[in-house]
Design a binder for this molecule. Sequence first.
Ligand code: ADP
Length: 424
Amino acid sequence: MTLRIGCTADDFTGGTDVAAAFRRAGLRTALVFGTPDAGTGLPADCDAAVVALKSRSTPAEEAVADSLAAQRWLWSKGAAQTYFKYCSTFDSTARGNIGPVSDALLDAAGAPLTLHCPASPPNGRTVYQGHLFVHDELLSESPLRHHPLNPMTDSSLLRLLSAQTPHAVGLIDWHTVRRGTDAVREALVAHRQAGVRHVVADALTDDDLAVLGAGALELAVVAGAAGLAEGLGHAYPAVGESTAQPSPREGRAAVLAGSCSARTLEQIAHFYAAGLPALHLDVLAAAAGRDVIGEALNWYDAQDPVAPVLIYASASPAELAAVQARLGVAEAAAQVEELLGTLAAHLVERGVRRLLVAGGETSGAVTTALGVRAVLVGEEADSGVPWTYAADKDGDLALMLKSGNFGGPDLFTRALEGIPGEAR
Ligand code: ADP
């Protein structure tokens, strides 16, 4: 077993994000979907493994149970250190789940304290004096104060965490971080001696996160967003050849889109503008019993095998509202996810080997339909959007699973023309 670090991520897209961060740090990284069991395997020679859970907004007891199961599995694969990845906006409710999950992970590890830092400088998330900023605004004054599920109306990470744990919370301020790794280590020792269990650290830049990562290398459990994970990854000794990836060059390329996010709609428009073949799925017709899948497969079979194809259910806000009004929100989503999952399985059967999936929920439906439990993370086409290789399909299937708003407007065409294979 070579696993150096194991990670639990509190949502699916966060899992991809943190897995890409470990890989940027030079670690050969696997991403596992959902709570693994004894039979869940890992690709050979992984340095890092990320388990993507859905524990951000579930009841705290469930989030704790899933996170502990994932931690046990990661330990069983050899991980000496675990990282708890949460959102760079500290997305949580008044009572959890960040506090309860980190307490449970610490208890299980028998560890006295953990370091927290949600900073993600490339995305404008920084921490100063324990306050989280979103670009030039405090979190509590940013648009996130209106978040539909978890409105963030306080920027103080110390107050937010204190409300989620019975234990003491402390701060390593930016001036200490600027003094370097030894200063961070000394501050951690001082906090431990003072009985502090959750240490929030300031960070304004990726360099600060690298210092924190090196300072936290000996901790059994570390917590934060993708930025600190990358800092931690860089602190591990170089791993040489391990980021080499398989590169499937045979087989067809396809995009399946179920995201209705503005960026995905732009990416679809760009695909059309490039003159590539695209098909819109009629969700209402499918709900009315028409064989939309059969029609889509006939359409697919008639396309030039060299060109990537796009099949999408994505709809403009007005179209989406119309479908949801007819079918109900949950039924419409279930219908679309079923359609796209089934299509994914048929396309792979017909020889698709590079599949780009747009949408977080949609990606979950597609990996489930394909029976893909774990992937090896490859190169990023855009920040946070890596190619991945299905571990249980001998690396022969390349998947790009993107959150709706991720990637540049030309992502679909660029990703499928270039990395990882070439159009034949
Ligand atoms: P994002 O990452 O942008 O949030 P998701 O895939 O997570 O994308 O969510 C998009 C949701 O919208 C999915 O549940 C999908 O099934 C649903 N959806 C997509 N297209 C349609 C449509 N035409 N009508 C109704 N629901 C749709």
